[in-house]
Design a protein. Sequence first.
Length: 102
Amino acid sequence: MSDEETLASLRERMDALGLSQAEVAEACGFSQPHLSKVLAGKVKLARKTRAAVHGWLTCSVPSGMPLEPGEWERLIERLRSRPPAQFMQIMQVLRLLERLST
């Protein structure tokens, strides 16, 4: 994925989740001013920043889990209400669990 595609995906996911730059930056482990500069094209997407953004973008909810209709949505909403760093940690745990189940 090119840097342009990565940044476009980042913007799309931020919008879809209703997250601010500050929330995403905190979840990725860097400052909001840095993320702002990256998104504005004022600084290049460094390897460490790219890796953190990619990690955040690839966090997903496990598929195939037997839950009642609407339960995933309620769980996701509860996750979204958590501090961004905690949200990302939980999503990483879910991703690891998904890998173990396949």
